[in-house]
Structures are given as structure tokens and as C-alpha cells.
Design a protein around this ligand. Structure first.
Ligand SMILES: NC(=O)c1ccc[n+]([C@@H]2O[C@H](COP(=O)([O-])OP(=O)(O)OC[C@H]3O[C@@H](n4cnc5c(N)ncnc54)[C@H](O)[C@@H]3O)[C@@H](O)[C@H]2O)c1
Length: 253
């Protein structure tokens, strides 16, 4: 029996990368999974994979920065599966630039998708979790929360996710709900590959270079993060709450 047997998980940004790997990993552990993304084509591919694993999923188009979308997606989840046990706040975008060149729009976009998105999804999900007296919220922070050149918007949002995680842990703990965050280092996804290309670099060269700086001498794969998210989302992690787990192949990236 899988660790998430009988559970329903809502994964944002599930169309590719870490979100897709998490959805698949959770399905392997027996969960039924809601694949929430603005990119539903990606989610359909993940849904087909989940079906092959013998589990069930539901694809919902959801912009996490839009409260109406989020409410609708959560309501759809509960009317389809009858419950909501796990929320993974994973959806994300990058709008990197040095501070003096960063537009207000790029600041707002990143803060809205990452931080406001986590707030909206967590607020909507907890209403169902509180009724069940059970819930697991896992959110994606980043090593960039510690500060990173060209990422003032992203770094602030990812640090904000850490504060919000600790606060959710305090407020929701008495109601049977835990909240934790995973802070990845360099993970090989379209997000990091696009960043390399945007800088005029070959993504494979960037990965080779980054690997030399990481104590375990490789960059992370989406499944490295999915494994940790799965543990935090399981029943056996019930005494872990308000924690930020850095998953970076070493103490920092
Ligand atoms: N890749 C890394 O090295 C790395 C490192 C640290 C943290 N993270 C974080 O992990 C998470 C996933 O990253 P990834 O590398 O898989 O990214 P990715 O770009 O490969 O995938 C992100 C997914 O989020 C979706 N998305 C974007 N905006 C959305 C919105 N408004 N509503 C719903 N879905 C939306 C995209 O369509 C996409 O499917 C992000 O929060 C990212 O910040 C990634």
C-alpha cells in the first residue's frame, strides 16, 4: 500500500517540471491528483501517465494568482473527489532582472504567482482541510530566498513563502494541518534551461558548470524534489511542521 493511499492531492503548476514529477510520484504512492495549471496541455500528458500507473487525476485550468479561478478549482476538486487532503503550492514563473532594470510589472507578476498564489490556494484549501481535521500543505521556496543577483522579485517571494509557511503551521497545527516548504537548489527543468538560453548560454554547459559547485557533484532532477514533497505530504510526517527543507545537493547551492 502506498504512503498516500486514499488521499487527494492538489498540485499547482503540474503541467511540467517539479509539479509534474510530484503529481506522478504522488500517484505512485496511491494518491488521486488534481493537476492545476494555466497550461492544461502539459497536464493532459501527466494525466495519461497517471492513468498508466493505475491512479486517477483531474485536470483543472487554474491561474493561482486569480482568487476566482482558485476557488472554482478547489470546489471542482471537492465535488469530483469528495475531499482534499494535500496542497502543493508549486506554480511559478521567473522575471529576472537587476533591480535598476526591474519593471513594476515584473515585480508584481512574480509576487502574484508565487506568494499571492500560495496565499489564495492555502486559504481556499484549508476550508476543506479544517472540516476533515486533516491536511498537508507543502510549498516551493528556493535557495534564492537567501538572496540571488538578478532575482529581487523571486527572492522576496520565496522568502515570503517561508514566513507564510511558518505562520500557517502555527495557525493550522491545532486543526490537524501541517505546513512545510521545500527549498530546491539547481533543478534541471524548463525553468532553468530557459534562464540559461535567455543569457545566451547552452543549458547543458550551465548544468555541467553548476554540477562542479554542488557537493554531490550533480544538479537536481525534478524527482529529487518530488521525493521530499511526498514525504512531507504523508501521514508519517505529522510531527514535522513549519520547516523549510533545503534540497540542494549540499548545505546550499
Ligand atoms: N527549477 C529550479 O531550479 C527551481 C529551484 C528552486 C525553486 N523552484 C521552484 O519550483 C517550482 C517549480 O519550478 P519548475 O522548475 O518545475 O518550473 P517550470 O517553469 O518548469 O514549471 C512551472 C509550471 O507552473 C505553471 N504556472 C506558471 N504560472 C502559473 C499560474 N499563474 N497558475 C498556475 N500555473 C502556473 C507553468 O505553466 C508550468 O507548468 C517553482 O515554484 C519554482 O520557483 C525551481
Amino acid at each position: 500500500m502506498g504512503r498516500l493511499e486514499g488521499r487527494v492531492a492538489f498540485v499547482t503548476g503540474a503541467g511540467r517540471g517539479i509539479g509534474a514529477a510530484t503529481a506522478l510520484r504522488m500517484a505512485e504512492e496511491g494518491a488521486r491528483v488534481v493537476l492545476a495549471d494555466i497550461d492544461t496541455a502539459g497536464c493532459q500528458e501527466v494525466a495519461a501517465e497517471i492513468e498508466r500507473l493505475g491512479s486517477e487525476s483531474l485536470v483543472v485550468r487554474c491561474n493561482v494568482a486569480d482568487s476566482g479561478n482558485v476557488q472554482e478549482a478547489m470546489d471542482q476538486t471537492v465535488s469530483y473527489f469528495g475531499q482534499l487532503d494535500i496542497l502543493v503550492n508549486n506554480a511559478g514563473v521567473l522575471r529576472d532582472n537587476l533591480l535598476f532594470k526591474m519593471s513594476e510589472e515584473d515585480w508584481d507578476t512574480v509576487m502574484n504567482v508565487h506568494l499571492k498564489g500560495m496565499f489564495l490556494c492555502s486559504r481556499a484549501a484549508q476550508a476543506h482541510m479544517v472540516k476533515q481535521k486533516y491536511g498537508r500543505i507543502v510549498s516551493l521556496s528556493s535557495v534564492s530566498a537567501l538572496g540571488n543577483r538578478g532575482q529581487s522579485n523571486y527572492s522576496a517571494a520565496k522568502a515570503g513563502i517561508q514566513g507564510l509557511t511558518r505562520t500557517l503551521a502555527i495557525e493550522l497545527g491545532p486543526l490537524g494541518i501541517t505546513a512545510n516548504a521545500v527549498a530546491p537548489g539547481f533543478i534541471d527543468t524548463e525553468m532553468t534551461r530557459t534562464t540559461a538560453r535567455r543569457q545566451g548560454l547552452n543549458p547543458d554547459d550551465v548544468i555541467a558548470q553548476a554540477s562542479k559547485m554542488i557537493p554531490v557533484r550533480r544538479v537536481g532532477q525534478p524527482r529529487d524534489i518530488a521525493n521530499v514533497i511526498c514525504f512531507l505530504a504523508s501521514e508519517e510526517a505529522g510531527f514535522v511542521s513549519g520547516q523549510i527543507i533545503y534540497v540542494a545537493g549540499g548545505p546550499r547551492s
